[in-house]
Ligand binder design. Structure first.
Ligand SMILES: Nc1ncnc2c1ncn2[C@@H]1O[C@H](COP(=O)(O)OP(=O)(O)OP(=O)(O)O)[C@@H](O)[C@H]1O
Ligand SMILES: [Mg+2]
Length: 550
């Protein structure tokens, strides 16, 4: 038998050519696969970063497909394939009907949709999503598919809500600021009026004699006006119309004054106890601001008692700092002031936020500004504030303020000291200028009663003319700061050019800091807070005169 072998022989060159061709194809395919993988990875990364998932519903069987990222948004396993109904079921109840309607009309007539709605994930988290959908047609214009995206926009929604809340707070704080300015303006006028009432009542009481039957009524008027004045001064302090007046002074009287203001505000079932060290704690402080700190802390303490009986303890002690940690006192000693209550206390979350402006747990009742103001004041005094608190056991606020060295003569710079005797100024000639008629009349009578000769003017220009005519006849000039045409500073400047040696005192309800600096530059010898005129003017004049002659 003969065997035939068929040998297929291709020329060697063609084999090599084909092999090279196949190798190129394989390389190209591998490259394409790699590119595809890379582009898929990029797409996944983009989806993950944008929290953007995709979905598709094949028609007519409504077979659903979704991307890994969409499964992640719904918090289900990546390979889980849901039915259309199951997918719609992830919508929060109130949105389900809307989404179903949008999907149905997209399937029916191709209407695209764009909805923001809330979904509940498989793990029960509520998330905000934006759902987009559109239809895909075949060559015969039949809808064969609807598809779209779902993006998790919870963070954006949260940021939007935060912004809206901030805007609302801003509006509220602007309103408060306007009320503060308005109340401050009124309080400023009231303060002066009450000063005049108090002065005149005191003059009248002095004139009618101690046994006069009207003394009882006048005492009541006096008491009520004093109370009114302390309320008005609180409004002034809050609206910041009081001048910042840092004075080296002992802490104890400041605390006692604040407690005096607080007592009428607190209900009888809230006790206030104080404890003080033996030595005076001198601090460089603005008394009105320290009052405000104590009032805010004590009012919070009272609120924390939630209507039951309680005790607020205010204590003061001098502490020695670890070397090198003192806040400016130089000798490492500080005043430690504490306010303790046995109220509700705070949890850690509340404690962490109490100094934030607008943070309050008294919804509808508190502004959340109280402790923010306290914090600002303590910082302005170069101090620190901290709090210890336990739920159900109360809270203690600790304030540390740098001690200031006690002044050599224990006298204050601007205000007359309550200590030490000053020589009598009887018969000395005082020039008093105030455009307020009531004030001018009252001060004239007040000073006359103390034995001065007084020339009172409501018109600063007329007063200057009188001084120009007889410059040597006056011993001291007292003028209001806030006058029309010529301010107190202008008046002091003009007096300086007529008779430079004449001591000048400026009286003011509110003297801005820059005006204080200017007053010092002009050589003004004393500043008087107008509401203290009755109690302090005589003493300030005597002190200024004593300095002028020494
Ligand atoms: N002594 C305290 N005991 C318990 N919680 C306190 C105390 N002091 C402050 N807090 C908490 O700190 C929050 C902020 O206090 P803050 O004084 O700043 O504002 P407020 O008291 O809420 O409002 P406002 O001071 O305007 O009345 C309070 O809402 C309260 O939750
Ligand atoms: Mg408060």
């Amino acid at each position: 038998m003969r065997c035939w072998t068929l040998s297929l022989r291709l020329p060697t060159s063609r084999v090599a050519q084909r092999t090279a061709q196949l190798q190129t194809e394989v390389r190209a395919r591998l490259q394409a696969q790699e590119d595809l993988q890379r582009s898929e990875d990029l797409l996944k990364m983009a989806g993950r970063m944008a929290r953007l998932g995709a979905w598709m519903i094949e028609l007519p069987h409504r077979h659903m497909v979704w991307s890994e990222e969409l499964a992640a948004i719904c918090e289900v396993e990546p390979d889980h394939i849901p039915s259309v109904d199951e997918a719609i079921g992830y919508c929060a109840t109130q949105w389900r009907a809307t989404l179903r309607r949008r999907l149905d009309s997209c399937i029916a007539d191709g209407t695209p949709f764009d909805e923001e709605l809330q979904m509940i994930t498989a793990r029960g988290r509520l998330v905000w999503v934006r759902v987009l959908g559109q239809s895909v047609h075949n060559a015969d214009s039949e809808i064969v598919r609807v598809q779209g995206t779902i993006q998790d926009i919870t963070e954006k929604k949260q940021a939007e809500a935060d912004r809206q809340e901030l805007e609302a707070r801003l509006r509220e704080s602007q309103k408060l600021e306007a009320i503060g300015t308005f109340a401050g303006g009124i309080a400023h006028d009231f303060n002066n009026m009450l000063g005049a009432i108090l002065g005149n009542v005191s003059l009248a009481r002095g004139e009618i004699g101690a046994d006069h039957p009207l003394q009882v009524s006048l005492t009541q008027v006096h008491r009520t006006a004093v109370r009114g004045r302390s309320l008005v001064q609180q409004i002034l302090a809050f609206s910041r119309r009081q001048p910042q007046a840092f004075v080296v002074q002992p802490m104890r009287p400041l605390i006692e004054e604040a407690v005096g203001m607080l007592r009428p505000m607190l209900p009888a079932m809230v006790r206030v106890e104080t404890s003080f060290p033996n030595a005076p704690a001198w601090v460089d402080a603005d008394s009105t601001q320290i009052h405000q700190v104590l009032i805010n802390l004590c009012v919070n303490a009272w609120h924390a008692m939630q209507g039951s009986t309680g005790c607020i303890q205010i204590g003061l002690e001098i502490i020695e700092d670890t070397p090198g940690t003192a806040a400016g006192s130089g000798d490492g000693r500080r005043a430690h002031l504490w306010v303790r209550d046995n109220g509700s206390g705070m949890d850690a979350e509340t404690r962490a936020r109490i100094f934030e402006p607008f943070f309050t747990t008294k919804s509808g009742h508190g502004t959340g500004l109280g402790l923010a103001v306290v914090h600002g004041i303590v910082l302005a005094h170069r101090g620190t504030i901290s709090v210890d608190s336990t739920i159900g056991r109360g809270s203690t606020f600790h304030l540390l303020l740098p001690l200031a060295p006690a002044p050599a003569d224990e006298e204050q710079v601007w205000l007359p000291s309550a200590r030490g005797e000053l020589p009598s100024a009887e018969g000395r000639h005082v020039l008093y200028v105030d455009d307020d008629e009531v004030m001018a009349l009252m001060v004239e009578r007040l000073l006359q009663r103390s034995g001065y000769r007084v020339s009172a003017f409501q018109d600063a220009a007329a007063a200057l003319e009188t001084v120009r005519a007889a410059p040597e006849s006056f011993d001291v000039a007292v003028c209001d700061f806030n006058m029309p045409v010529l301010s107190g500073l202008d008046f002091a400047r003009a007096l300086g050019s007529i008779r430079p040696q004449l001591p000048v005192i400026i009286s003011s309800g509110h003297l801005p800091e820059e005006a204080q600096v200017e007053a010092v530059r002009l050589g003004v010898r004393g500043l008087l807070q107008k509401q203290n005129t009755f109690d302090e003017l005589d003493r300030l004049i005597r002190r200024v005169l004593a300095q002028a002659t020494s």
